[in-house]
Design a protein around this ligand. Structure first.
Ligand code: GRF
Length: 209
């Protein structure tokens, strides 16, 4: 049984999608904890209601990134994770933290990486006149929103899209590709070769909407 720890900062809809599919589809895994950096993170309520352990490591209580990172690592390690899942976790993590969970930490980013790392991805995609956008699940490396790509979803950018309508279209695909990526990981179906992640059975790592 693989142990999954999920980190959130807010709503937690990706965390919910992963926890639901993990339980419903009886993956060889369990979401053992949900950890937030904000006490008000709405996703904590879902976790509590579903009997998942929760913890809060409030970044505001720490004067340095290193101090926050080590408190966070302590909270995570208490649950002995095989996989750490960043699901809308809005803190930049230091190199040492990232190395500690090397090859066992996933992130989702709402753009077609390597385009638009960082914030305001939907605004930037619209302003650049992009005709497609999407989301990327990747293994976390020290460089922000970078790292071997596990799966991507692609959606159209429509002429009258606002940031909100595009975000909603992308989010619906996040809820499909993130559980898929986590399921592959816990089943040991992924391999990395030369910085490229491949599904051992040749499953499609692309969701086209
Ligand atoms: C998602 O769009 C995710 O890609 C981005 O932040 C949002 C988090 O949403 N990093 P939720 O908290 O999973 O609902």
């Amino acid at each position: 049984m693989k142990r999954i720890v999920i980190l959130i900062s807010g709503r937690g809809s990706n965390m919910e999608a992963i926890a639901q599919r993990c339980a419903q589809e009886r993956w060889p895994a369990q979401v053992v904890a949900v950890i937030a950096n904000r006490r008000q993170a709405a996703g904590l309520d879902y976790a509590r209601m579903h009997g998942i352990a929760t913890a809060v490591v409030d970044h505001q209580r720490f004067s340095t990134r290193e101090a926050f990172d080590s408190a966070l690592a302590e909270a995570i390690d208490a649950h002995r994770p095989d996989l750490v899942v960043l699901a809308g976790f809005m803190r930049i993590l230091g190199d040492n933290f990232v190395r500690r969970y090397e090859a066992r930490m996933l992130n989702i980013h709402p753009s077609l990486l390597p385009a638009f790392p960082g914030l305001h991805t939907h605004r930037r995609a619209i302003d650049a006149g992009c005709k497609v956008s999407g989301a990327t699940v990747h293994l976390v490396t020290p460089q922000l929103d970078h790292g071997p790509i596990v799966i991507q979803s692609v959606v159209p950018v429509l002429p009258d899209d606002s940031e909100e309508t595009l975000a909603a279209r992308v989010l619906a695909t996040e809820h499909r590709i993130y559980p898929q990526a986590v399921q592959w990981f816990v089943r040991g179906e992924l391999q990395i070769e030369g910085g490229v992640v491949r599904h051992r059975g040749g499953a499609s790592q692309l969701l086209l909407q």
